[in-house]
Design a protein around this ligand. Sequence first.
Ligand code: EPU
Length: 434
Amino acid sequence: MDVLRIRGGNALHGEVFVGGAKNACLPLLAATLLTDEPCVLRNVPDLSDSRFMLEILRHQGALVEPIGANAWRVTAGTLQPKTPYELVRKMRASICVMGALVARLKRAEIPLPGGCVIGQRPIDLHVKGLRKLGCTIENRAGMMRIDASHARGAYVFLGGRYGSTVTGTANLVMAATLTPGVTRIDSAACEPEIGDLCRMLVKMGAKISGVGSPTLLVEGVEKLSGCEHVVIPDRIEAGTHLLCGAITRGDVTVRGAVTEHLGAFLDKLDEAGVPVETLSPTAVRVRGDLVKDFRPIDIVTLPHPGFPTDLQAQFTALLALVPGISIVTERIYPNRFMHVPELLRMGADIAIEGPSAIVKGVPALSGAPVMASDLRASAALVLAGLAASGETWVQRIYHLDRGYEKFERRLAALGADVVRLRQEDMPSELRSEA
Ligand code: EPU
């Protein structure tokens, strides 16, 4: 197992180019199963999650070929309907092959994914949507057997207690593309990653209107064809790098992003007193070095275009150093605060009250050995480590590798003192596990 050793205190300076969005590429890869013709996807980030999704496609029977840097060709000739628990257990997002299999094969056998460290994460809305289309779904020993042979377009309201569902929308749109009749999805997720999926499906011959809005109309067609598509830039990676500039009082420009996907996040940086310059529709510069007074703020995570839950942990790391009291409320995953106990070990002053973190800014953080619990919590610990005095050792960084390509190398290029080491290289008295 690898660890990151961060010697904090360097202000980061320079430019970063954003890679393809993990949360767009996973459903886009699943969409390649909708046709027997080759699909080419470019700007696929080299992450453990994308590699894992490619593995699932191979398991379903697709031919998966690398065709250059960050580019893959998938040809899904003959498919098999069953996805084993072993695969879905390792990556929840593998559930997004369900919609494609249902559409193409009219049946699928896929396990219920179970919870994860950030919450219960049920898939009741995915199931409700498929049932509305007329699928019959049996649950036997944790395995869902879905029969879509009588499926027809229908009205589906996809809103739930926490808003819509992103992968649920992806599944339902994919299922509806090859289902006869018109499906209307209300309270569809409006995340940019869903817009990207719809755009690829349209290239494949799907009939979808309302893209980007909470109402999607999908008219089923008989067959979809191959296509070529470029994955949108990762807004969460972009936001994380901008926070690196802010927290280290540096000067970081992110290029190759879609700044309009970052609206609520950039607004909160501005409110917190961090000078933000939108240089173009694809470039943003954060001037941590010009901060006069940080200001405490309130953040509430919400479905897009609200503040994204996937940047909550990282922003909390910044607020830990902002004088005054900030309140961070999670409306998507009320328990997504696994980073907080680790930030406390670094000297932060944060109390959890129900779905909120009450963050009392401290003047400084100090490096410590900390444990990553999930992808975005890991990024928050890296951010804290960059600003802290002394050494921070982040363990279990395989979580980080799920969503950030070459993270430590890119941070080092901006001037951070960060290296990836084997756990054996870590002083034994600092290790939390053998
Ligand atoms: N929910 C239900 N029922 C459902 C589905 C969801 O109650 O059937 C609840 C969830 O428990 C959660 C909320 O609705 O409280 C939103 O869940 P959603 O289904 O939208 O999440 P997801 O599709 O499983 C994607 C991203 C997450 C991101 C969320 C929210 C992918 C692969 N994952 O998850 O990304 O946090 O949307 O934006 O797209 C990450 O990248 O770190 C990550 C966790």
